[in-house]
Design a protein around this ligand. Structure first.
Ligand SMILES: [Zn+2]
Length: 409
């Protein structure tokens, strides 16, 4: 998360404080959706922000003092499947799951720390949803948590609340995990099968792009899940229309470590063939030098695309994220080189929208041209498609396995 966003968040938090007491009395009885979990801060203080579409009551059932784990229950709150992420500051890792119809946020702590304050913020300052804020602060090594064996014994005793806004802490020891294993932390890969439903994409002699994209996405999903290393989130699992904004939102909510969009081209003539990779970049001239010539490496977001998506792309996309995207794109090209011909040509005018959420490295893979007979046959052959997706998965393995050289900003 960029410093700027953190500051903006903090400013919004401070500005919203005065309204807390008002909002807290408006708890809605119907289902609340957990939108996202965000972490901010550095070093010994970490701010956890739970974005909610409505006001909700949040109970801290384990405040971190006993066992280096903070557990928060949210009755009546729905959470997306498998929400999780790497930590920040005193939080080592976190995950959201559902227990007895309630959303549960668990955080493994990287240091002895505990909940310092927590409060609910209503929509304010251009932020349209509620935020539940939990501040965690490191405690001294002599804080008494070492060797404390009974997780249930020390709940919530030292919680402080801001403005009386937070709900009363409740001790619900039955929700505590039976054993203390580290939270499972798999890399989250969002696979976006391009087009779908009424949006058929490019047309080939044998059918539409949308079918190939979905088949490839499902093959990639299967391969990634088989490894056990990834949690895969799909923007679509079937032949349905999913608006671009929804795809962006899915990537944001999932806290994706990587977003990969699968498409198939249609060229102006049937002679064009080969795969290509797109990312968003500061400059269209930034390119991978290893496998393709200068003009082949085309990094460009389509400015004529949907206004909302465009704004999201350019307001929220961060340089570090773009750099990580470019690093992965190069890995991807090197892995698929043996499985598919790579496109060699100047970039064209036809627009592509690379969906990109803040902090989510994203690439768009054009697997080939559906209006080129060779490419279409290759893309429609399940075995060939599986080989290509294996190569994509190998690239993902390489990217996350090899110590990941992330470009510095
Ligand atoms: Zn497409």
């Amino acid at each position: 998360m960029a410093v700027n966003r953190g500051r903006a968040l903090l400013a919004a938090v401070v500005a919203g404080l005065g309204l807390v007491a008002v909002a807290a009395s408006h708890a809605a009885p119907d289902t609340v959706s957990l939108l996202k979990v965000r972490l901010g801060g550095e070093g010994t203080e970490t701010r956890v922000v739970i974005d909610l579409d409505k006001s909700a009551s949040v109970k801290v059932v384990s405040d971190g003092e006993a066992d280096r784990r903070v557990v928060v229950m949210m009755p009546g709150v729905d959470a997306p499947d498998g929400l999780q992420g790497a930590g920040r500051g005193v939080v080592k890792a976190w995950m959201v799951d559902e227990v007895q119809g309630q959303a549960r946020l668990q955080m493994d702590l990287a240091a002895d720390a505990k909940v310092k304050r927590r409060f609910l913020l209503p929509p304010a300052d251009g932020i349209a949803h509620y935020r539940y804020v939990i501040d965690l602060a490191a405690v001294g090594a002599s804080g008494g948590s070492v060797g404390a064996p009974a997780p249930a014994a020390t709940q919530s005793a030292s919680l402080t609340k801001a403005s009386g806004a937070g709900p009363t802490p409740a001790v619900r020891t039955q929700f505590l995990p039976a054993k203390k294993q580290p939270l499972p932390l798999k890399k989250v890969i969002v696979i976006d099968a391009g087009h779908g439903g009424k949006d058929v994409g490019a047309s080939g002699a044998q059918g539409f792009e949308k079918e190939i994209n979905l088949a490839a996405a499902l093959a990639l999903k299967a391969r990634l899940e088989k490894s056990g290393r990834y949690q895969v989130v799909m923007t679509r699992n079937s032949d349905i229309y999913v608006p671009l904004e929804t795809r962006v939102r899915i990537a944001q909510r999932a806290n994706a470590d990587l977003f990969i969009s699968l498409h198939s081209d249609s060229g102006p003539t049937a002679s064009l063939k080969g795969a290509s990779v797109y990312t968003l970049s500061d400059k269209a001239s930034r390119r991978s030098t290893q496998f393709v010539s200068k003009d082949d490496w085309f990094m460009k977001a389509n400015l004529s695309g949907d206004q909302g998506v465009r704004d999201i792309l350019f307001d929220l996309t961060q340089r570090a994220t773009r750099n990580r995207s470019a690093v992965f794109a190069q890995t991807l090209l090197s892995n698929i080189e043996g499985e598919a011909p790579l496109l060699r040509r100047s970039h064209r005018d036809a627009g592509l929208v690379v969906l990109l959420a803040p902090d989510v490295p994203a690439v768009l893979l054009e697997m080939g041209f559906v209006n080129n007979p060779e490419d279409e046959a290759r893309l429609r052959d399940p075995a060939a498609r599986a080989r290509l997706m294996n190569a994509v998965a190998d690239a993902i393995d390489d990217h996350f396995g090899a110590g990941l050289k992330v470009a510095t900003r």
